[in-house]
Write a protein that binds this ligand. Sequence first.
Ligand SMILES: NC(=O)c1ccc[n+]([C@@H]2O[C@H](COP(=O)([O-])OP(=O)(O)OC[C@H]3O[C@@H](n4cnc5c(N)ncnc54)[C@H](OP(=O)(O)O)[C@@H]3O)[C@@H](O)[C@H]2O)c1
Length: 315
Amino acid sequence: MLRAFASLFFYGRFFVPFSRIGLARRQRGWQAYPERLDGQTWLVTGASGGIGAAIARMAHARGARVLAAARSAEKLAELVRAAGGGDRMLPMRVDFSSIADTRRFVAELAGRGERIDVLVNNVGLLLDRFQLTAEGFETSFGTNLLSHFVLGEGLREENLYAEGAVVINMSSGGMYGTPLRLAEMAARSAREYDGMAAYAMHKRAQVELTRAWNQRWQGQPRVYVMHPGWVDTAGVQTALPGFRAVLRRHLRTPEEGADTALWLGTTRPPLAPEGGIWLDRVLDPEHAFALTRKTAIDAAQLHGFLAAQARATGG
Ligand SMILES: NC(=O)c1ccc[n+]([C@@H]2O[C@H](COP(=O)([O-])OP(=O)(O)OC[C@H]3O[C@@H](n4cnc5c(N)ncnc54)[C@H](OP(=O)(O)O)[C@@H]3O)[C@@H](O)[C@H]2O)c1
């Protein structure tokens, strides 16, 4: 009952900014910007569907070379076909729920001598039941957070970021509902697992990981965190069918959800000292409720936690 009230409050609080209504309001203030991306290489994770596919298509249409990473060979082949074939949309098969496969992918990129201008850490999912990967991680933790950490760090260790590169972490407005806590982040048993709480925690952690990387990397690359609003994708249809049924008319298209990633990757605005999270080309505060500021760990501690989790897989 309490949870139902909390959900109602949350959805009511964010209905306007996260729906197409908020997008329409903010679009009024948008300025044209140079959108050509010729000569750049964009690496997009979760690129075979939803928002990731939209980012891949939009970057490709503006002239970028796109490394489109996901699991499904068929969906990636369709992305390449829709882009007109050619050699600027490259399908890359990776399973980001596996840290070993994420490391293999980094090694593959290094072996090919890739130089990445924009990394979009987009892959993410919300599960309704507890699943462990072969490496012993809860699947959504591995996919939503630990693989992002391993990929982002791996590209830097291998010196694969181009000069002036940027990383864009795809969070979610769901993170506004939670402070950062380690307990929910990487559940070890079904008993302690709540898929929605875990997802929100991973998305809050991406905000803090962005801060940690900016503190450590000092702008090479520069790291942004954004969220796309509420977007009608296969992921939402599977994970939140009731939410989609009620709000369908107000959900954004994948292209609308992707816009801020394109804008960030193209305009690369200066980093704000206070942090923040981007939505519709505007830097919003990281907290909407006083409750979520009460956190037991900070960005550096989160970084240490993720590094230890990654080391536990042998890296
Ligand atoms: N949709 C929304 O309203 C919304 C709101 C807030 C935040 N977001 C965030 O935006 C991101 C994209 O969401 P979406 O709604 O577009 O998701 P989606 O429709 O479920 O698409 C997810 C993509 O990720 C790929 N993927 C899933 N698991 C993977 C894995 N283990 N390894 C490699 N690729 C994997 C899927 O393709 P394969 O099956 O081919 O691997 C697919 O291309 C997520 O991080 C999500 O949390 C979405």
